[in-house]
Design a protein around this ligand. Structure first.
Ligand code: FAD
Length: 337
């Protein structure tokens, strides 16, 4: 697929605020490409609390975070945003009339303006501190399961004691040749019902519980795993022959590359002009949880309002000759792009 694109606006972050920015940009006829480090849209709503109800979205007395994200994506859909998921924006460089973003997968996007809607930073998996693990990532070490079939007839080590780890043990043991579960204690932090099923499978000999052990080292060559070495706190080791390792140690968030983009920061937040959401760099705007200005509230509804202001400020940049006539969505409807 094509890895070079040109558009009006690059939106960095597909959280609730980035998604609504696509809608607001669309209403003023600006097209967007959206990049997110996560494999799914929705930011914190998707990664941290999909099943929790939210009570302070105007017009919704109560809505689950996952439903809100679904609705926001549907609201943006008429404007045909292009999503680039599972990759971080690493670099932002000036072009003759705007900016070029380069992602961790080598995708390049050029646009007149950038909206940084990066929340608390890029989400990424917590990696176990194993020497040389990078060489195995994507080949024998995976932090997400995209296709269960990839593990058919494989010997799989799953590490971690939370819901993700246990849920994947229950699922993959149906297709894998062998599933070995490494956890540093005998007790798990998963839903009691899932933990009971896990223990029953272990008692029946269908899976191996390797507890209390921690990941210690990887053995293999050229990204192909032969064995995972695990160790107790006392340093006693075991060698588990395996084709794949799936560590599920949760997600962490980090400002990451944003800190290197030369934007004025206040601690880990981007300082913006609250009238336009403009940052200190010409053509780069920031909205949502990542911004700082006097009185800023880290709420979804404040981010929505910032998206509307940024879109109008960007319109004025992109179309300096054609002043925008303010219109209500009820009057204009959703324009086609
Ligand atoms: P985020 O949701 O953080 O999304 C930012 C996205 O940007 C992430 O997906 C991240 O991966 C991506 N990203 C960052 N850097 C990069 C990069 N370099 N390249 C690519 N992608 C990048 N708010 C409310 O209004 N009401 C509530 O009831 C409420 N309840 C909450 C409950 C919990 C448990 C939590 C944790 C938060 C709650 N919040 C609530 C806060 C709300 O979730 C945030 O205000 C909101 O998610 C901010 O949206 P955002 O789009 O600015 O950022």
């Amino acid at each position: 697929s094509n890895s070079r694109h040109t558009t009006d606006v690059i939106v960095i972050g597909a959280g609730p605020v980035g998604l609504f920015a696509v809608f607001e940009c669309g209403m003023v006829r600006l097209r967007c490409h959206v990049v997110d480090a996560l494999d799914a849209v929705g930011g914190q709503c998707t990664a941290l609390y999909p099943e929790k109800p939210i009570y302070d979205i105007p017009g919704y007395p109560r809505i689950n975070a996952a439903d809100l994200v679904h609705n926001l994506q549907a609201q943006a859909a008429p404007f045909h945003p292009v999503y680039h998921l599972g990759q971080r924006v690493e670099r932002l460089e000036r072009t003759a009339d705007g900016w070029r973003a380069t992602t961790s997968r080598g995708v390049e996007i050029e646009a007149k303006a950038v909206i940084v809607a990066a929340g608390v930073g890029a989400f990424g998996p917590n990696r176990p501190p194993l020497a040389g693990i990078e060489a195995y990532e994507g080949r024998s070490v995976f932090y997400y399961v995209t296709r269960r079939e990839d593990f058919r007839d494989k010997r799989v080590v799953i590490a971690g004691g939370g819901d993700s780890a246990v849920d994947w043990v229950l699922s993959l043991q149906e297709v894998a040749a062998r599933v070995m579960v490494v956890h540093r204690r005998a007790r798990f932090r998963a839903a009691p019902e899932s933990e009971a099923r896990l223990k029953a499978l272990a008692a029946a000999g269908s899976i191996d519980l390797v507890v209390p052990y921690q990941l210690h080292a990887l053995e293999g060559q050229g990204g192909k795993l032969d064995a995972v070495i695990v160790a107790t706190l006392d340093g006693e080791t075991r060698r588990l022959e395996a084709d794949a390792l799936l560590p599920f140690f949760g997600l962490s968030m980090e400002l990451g590359p944003i800190a290197t983009w030369d934007l004025d920061l206040d601690r880990d937040l981007i300082v913006v002009d609250p009238a336009t959401c403009a940052t200190s760099a010409d053509g780069i705007y920031a909205i949502g949880d990542i911004v700082s200005y006097p009185g800023k509230l880290k709420l979804i509804l404040c981010g929505f309002s910032e998206a509307a202001m940024a879109a109008r400020a960007i319109y004025a940049r992109v179309h300096p000759q054609t002043p925008l006539h303010f219109e209500y969505s009820t009057t204009s409807g959703v324009p086609n792009l």
